[in-house]
Design a protein around this ligand. Structure first.
Ligand SMILES: [Zn+2]
Length: 362
């Protein structure tokens, strides 16, 4: 998340906290369910004002559906959890008080499979269901509702981007959050255990949990030693990795079909974020040299970029390849509709749109 925007969220939350009613002495009591919900809503309200949030409806819908599938398979299927996507290239996801989970665009792009992405989200859901954050906040001495609220917001900053948080929070009332940046080792172990169960119950490949750590390790090598944000907020030890390996032995290998929508979401993010002409060159080279994890995902991204650059023939070629080689998919149809609209074939676009409503009901 961009530095200034995070600071803005933090400052506007301080203003908001000053307007909160004094609700009495909570120092010895736990955080009530209602308090949690209230704080979660306030955080979402602030988050929604930020222009660092990716509001693309297809990408948000994908994350919501993935999240719901995991919540339904979790230890608390009735839990209400809200998701949002932060435009931040670092690899991270973070759970917040009040049932809020933020996912960085960098996590989508770094995940090689949907199961890897799902393993991180199920881990965050476990942190919420096991009440790791509210338990931490309940332990803090707090004279008022305001201090809890500010602490919750400071944690939002810290979990989203630890490097930034350490500078933003210097001198702020949230100084004590520094020590709370990390979940405890016990919390992490529990979130891994419960998260892997959820991953399996939801029908994903549990090996995604281990594969994600391999992905993190690689990212760590390329970042010149600066640990990915996820590692900074979820401390990982060799003990934790061997623990995960041991757990995976309990789950027999099952062949699972991949979800093409995951690769289209990644493709769309590639097209929308970063330097477009640089991304275009990379995608063209990757396809030419067959260097990719998912060819259709690369071609989908390229078709989007060509369309944005008004290179209609090239875009149409990629779309045609996708129709010839891949199964029907609402995101692919929507891409074609965008192409038809941009090339002034509005009647055809409308016809296809109505057809799609029958194929892919909302
Ligand atoms: Zn964790």
């Amino acid at each position: 998340m961009k530095k200034t925007l995070l600071i803005l969220i933090f400052l506007s939350c301080i203003v908001m906290a000053n307007n909160l009613p004094e609700l009495g002495d909570y120092s010895s009591s736990k955080i009530s369910e209602n308090e949690e919900i209230f704080i979660g809503r306030q955080i979402l309200f602030q988050v929604n004002q930020s222009d660092s949030i990716i509001r693309d409806i297809e990408i948000s819908d994908y994350l919501d559906l993935l999240g719901k599938r995991l919540i339904n398979a979790s230890t608390d299927p009735a839990k209400k959890i809200e998701f949002f996507i932060v435009n931040d290239s670092s690899i991270n996801a973070f759970a917040m008080l009040g049932g809020v989970i933020g996912v960085h665009s960098g996590l989508f792009l770094a995940s090689n499979t949907e199961s890897e992405l799902a393993s991180v989200i199920s881990h965050e859901i476990a942190h919420i269901n096991q009440k790791h954050i509210s338990r931490f906040l309940a332990q803090q001495e707090r004279a008022s509702y305001q201090s809890t609220f500010l602490m919750a917001v400071a944690l939002l900053l810290a979990r989203s981007n630890p490097q930034l948080a350490s500078t933003t929070m210097a001198g702020a009332s949230a100084g004590s959050v520094q020590g709370a940046l990390d979940f405890t080792r016990e919390n992490e172990k529990e979130a891994d255990r419960v998260g892997i169960q959820t991953l399996n119950n939801a029908g994903f490949d549990v090996r995604g949990a281990r594969d994600f750590f391999t992905t993190l390790k690689k990212a760590n090598q390329f970042s010149g030693g600066a640990a990915p944000a996820f590692l900074q907020t979820h401390p990982i030890t060799s003990n934790r990795i061997s623990d995960i390996e041991d757990r995976l032995k309990d789950y027999p290998y099952k062949q699972r079909l991949g979800n093409q929508t995951f690769h289209y979401v990644k493709g769309k993010l590639k097209a929308l974020l970063g330097d477009k002409s640089n991304t275009k060159n990379i995608l063209e080279e990757n396809i030419k040299n067959k260097i990719y994890i998912n060819e259709a995902g690369e071609r989908f991204a390229l078709a989007y970029i060509y369309l944005m650059d008004n290179e209609f023939t090239k875009s149409q070629e990629q779309i045609q390849w996708l129709f010839d080689n891949e199964q029907s998919n609402p995101m692919l149809s929507q891409l074609y509709i965008n192409y038809l609209i941009k090339t002034n074939k509005v009647t055809e676009a409308k016809k296809l749109y109505i057809q799609n409503l029958n194929f892919f009901p909302i």
